[in-house]
Each structure stands twice: as structure tokens, then as C-alpha cells.
Design a protein around this ligand. Sequence first.
Ligand code: SF4
Length: 97
Amino acid sequence: MISKTFDPSRRRLFRQGAVIASGAALGGLMLKVEAPAQAGTVAKATAKYQDTPHGTQQCDGCMQFIPGKTASADGTCKIVAGSISPKGWCMFFSPKG
Ligand code: SF4
């Protein structure tokens, strides 16, 4: 039989559950923000990647570029797979804002 009386312990359990759920969601968000950018998976040939600039456009000016250890070192790209030259370029070039 279902009781129609209010059980305060249920309310407390619900509140605790809500706090735990919001904490878990916040923790997940923080993990997402702190996670390093992942290198892409599109093949260089598919992206028409080249190791040289395309006019004034080059990878170190692209928002998809993940820099290497130094400014001149190869990095990676959020779209294109493999090692990416800061002086490279591909058809997905997106200027940094
Ligand atoms: S130009 Fe292409 S390869 Fe270079 S960082 Fe941007 S998206 Fe990646």
C-alpha cells in the first residue's frame, strides 16, 4: 500500500541526490575544460594539407592548430591527423578570431 503522508527522509534523499548530480555534472564540465585538445583524424591528403603556407594563411594562424613545444616545432591539428607544421596549411584553415 502506498502511503500518502509526506516522508521528510525522502525529501532529504532527493536533495542529496540533486546535490550529488549537480556536483557530478560540474565535475564533468571541469574535466571537459581541462582535457587537452585531441588531434584530428582526417587524412592529410583528404584535407589537401601541404607543409608550406597558402599565401598569408598558415597553421599557426589557424584556430585548429595545437602548437608543439616551441613556436617553430611541429604541432598537431584538431582536424587533420599527424604531425602538423606551423607553416603548413590545408583546406580547413580557419583564422584565429
Ligand atoms: S590549416 Fe588545416 S592543418 Fe593547419 S591547423 Fe588549420 S585545419 Fe589544421
